[in-house]
Ligand binder design. Structure first.
Ligand code: GLU
Length: 447
C-alpha cells in the first residue's frame, strides 16, 4: 500500500476506535503525519504494525476516588493512569489534577510522552495520569485526603521499575508528598524512585521547579544558534504564569532577552520595560494571586482582561499555558509582526493549522515533545540520583539539564536533515522519537 494512504487509513482507524477524544486524535495525527519517510525506509515497521500498537496503550486504569471534604461531605472523583509504552523503560509521566481532565486528556499527554521520553535517551517509557479533581480553593487537608484516596488505588500499579509518576498541572511537591506518604504506608517500602518531583530534602531534584522553563529557553537558544541568532536583545512574549512560564522568563532574561508580556486565565499583562519577574513570582508563588495585581505597583504596565497575548509584537513567542491556546489566526498575527521563533513550553499549545503556518513561513518552531522535555529530563536525572543514593547540587543538575537539552536539539535537527526535512523540528522530533521506540518494539517481539 502507498505510504500516504496507509498513514491516512491508520489515522482514520484510530479516530474511529477512540471516539470523543479530539486531543488524542490531534496528538496521533501530529506524529503519524511526520512518519512517511520513515515507513518508506523501514517496511518492517509497517509489517509489525508499530503505529497501531503504539496507539493502543499497554494498559488503561480508571478508578473511583472517594474522599471527604472539610464539611464532612462525601466527594467522588475519577482517577486515571494510562500506561502507554514501556519499550524503553518503566512507564514515566506526570499526574494532572484539573476539573477538565478526562480519558482523552490523559491519552493525548501519555501518547506524546512516549516520544518525548524516547528523545531524551535516558531509559524511560511513556505514561500519564491524573484526576478530574480541582485542587484550587481546597484546604491542605482536603488535598491530602484526596491524594491518599487516589494512591490507595494507584499504589498497586506503580513502582520504581514499573511506573514512575510525577507532577503536572495541579500536582506539585505538596501533592507528591501526600501521595508518597500513602504509598510508603501501604507498601511498607521507602522507595523514593517510585515518584519524581519530590522535595529536595527527601530525594527530590534541586532544579525541579525551574526545569521545564529553563529547558525550553535552552532549546530555543540552540534553535536560534542554528541561524546565528540568540536571545540577546530579543523581545519575547510568554503565555501563562505557572512554573513553566516563570522560569522560561527567568532564563530568557539571563540570556539577555526581554520578556514584555505574560498571562493567566483572566488576562494579559504587558510591560514594555521588561517584566519584573520578582514581582510576578511574589504574586503567583507566594500570594497565589492574579497577575492583574502587577499593575498596582508598575504604573507603566497595562492589564487587558481576556486579552490576546499573541497580538503583542515580539521576536520570540513561547506558549507555556495549555493545549490549543494558539490558533491559526494567532500564528498569522505573530508572523506578520516579524516573529522569528516559537517554542511550545506547554503540551500541544499550538493547533495543527498554527504549526503549519509557522513552518510555511520559515519561523523556527520547537514542538513541545522537544522544547518542554526539560521537566521529564529532570525526572530522569532524579531517578538516576535516587538510584545512586546521591544528592546533587543545583549547579551540577542545571548543567546536566542544559547538556541534555542541547543533545536533544541536535537529535531533532539531525533526524530532520537525514529524512529530507531540514529545519523542521516537528518532523525531526517525531521521527527520532518514533524510530527508537519502533526498533525496541521490533526487537522485543510481539507484545
Ligand atoms: N509533566 C511533565 C511533562 O509533561 C513531567 C513528567 C515527568 O516528570 O514524569 O513532561
Amino acid at each position: 500500500m502507498d505510504t500516504q494512504v496507509n498513514i491516512e487509513s491508520i489515522s482514520e482507524e484510530i479516530v474511529e476506535k477512540n471516539p470523543g477524544e479530539p486531543e488524542f486524535h490531534q496528538a496521533v495525527r501530529e506524529v503519524v503525519n511526520s512518519l512517511g519517510p520513515v515507513l518508506d525506509k523501514h517496511p518492517e515497521f509497517v509489517k509489525e504494525k508499530i503505529i497501531q500498537r503504539l496507539c493502543e496503550p499497554d494498559r488503561q486504569i480508571l478508578f473511583r476516588v472517594p474522599w471527604q471534604d472539610d464539611e464532612g461531605e462525601v466527594q467522588v472523583n475519577r482517577g486515571f493512569r494510562v500506561e502507554f509504552s514501556n519499550a524503553l523503560g518503566p512507564y514515566k509521566g506526570g499526574l494532572r489534577f484539573h476539573p477538565s481532565v478526562y480519558l482523552g486528556t490523559v491519552k493525548f499527554l501519555g501518547f506524546e510522552q512516549i516520544f518525548k521520553n524516547s528523545l531524551l535517551d535516558l531509559g524511560i517509557g511513556g505514561g500519564k495520569g491524573g484526576a478530574d479533581f480541582d485542587p484550587k480553593g481546597k484546604s491542605d487537608h482536603e488535598v491530602m485526603r484526596f491524594c491518599q484516596s487516589f494512591m490507595t488505588e494507584l499504589y498497586r500499579h506503580i513502582g520504581e521499575n514499573t511506573d514512575v509518576p510525577a507532577g503536572d498541572t495541579g500536582v506539585g511537591p505538596r501533592e507528591i508528598g501526600y501521595m508518597f506518604g500513602q504509598y510508603k504506608r501501604i507498601t511498607n517500602k521507602y522507595e523514593t524512585g517510585t515518584f519524581t518531583g519530590k522535595e529536595v530534602a527527601w530525594g527530590g531534584s534541586p532544579v525541579r521547579f525551574e526545569a521545564t522553563g529553563y529547558g525550553c529557553a535552552y532549546f530555543v537558544q540552540e534553535m536560534l544558534g542554528t541561524f546565528d541568532e540568540s536571545f540577546e536583545g530579543k523581545t519575547c512574549v510568554v503565555s501563562g504564569s505557572g512554573n513553566v512560564a516563570l522560569y522560561a522568563i527567568e532564563k530568557i532574561h539571563e540570556f539577555g532577552g526581554k520578556v514584555v508580556a505574560c498571562s493567566d486565565s483572566g488576562g494579559v499583562i504587558r510591560d514594555d520595560n521588561g517584566l519584573d519577574l520578582e514581582k510576578i513570582k511574589q504574586i503567583k508563588e507566594v500570594e497565589r494571586g492574579r497577575i492583574s495585581e502587577y499593575t498596582d505597583s508598575h504604573e507603566d504596565a497595562s492589564y487587558e482582561e481576556g486579552g490576546n497575548i499573541w497580538e503583542i509584537p515580539c521576536d520570540v513567542a513561547l506558549p507555556c499555558a495549555t493545549q490549543n491556546e494558539l490558533q491559526e489566526s494567532d500564528a498569522g498575527t505573530l508572523i506578520e509582526n516579524g516573529c522569528i521563533a516559537v517554542a511550545e513550553g506547554a503540551n500541544m499549545p499550538c493547533s495543527p493549522e498554527a504549526i503549519q503556518a509557522f513552518l510555511e513561513a520559515n519561523v523556527a518552531f520547537g514542538p513541545g515533545k522537544a522544547a518542554n522535555a526539560g521537566g521529564v529530563a529532570i525526572s530522569a536525572l532524579e531517578m538516576q540520583q535516587n538510584a545512586g543514593r546521591q544528592s546533587w547540587s543545583f549547579e551540577y543538575t542545571d548543567q546536566q539539564l542544559r547538556e541534555t537539552m542541547q543533545k536533544l536539539h541536535a537529535t531533532c535537527r539531525d533526524a530532520a536533515e537525514e529524512y529530507g526535512v531540514p529545519g523542521n523540528y516537528v518532523s525531526g522530533a517525531n521521527i527520532a522519537g518514533f524510530i527508537k521506540v519502533a526498533r525496541a518494539l521490533v526487537a522485543q517481539g510481539l507484545t
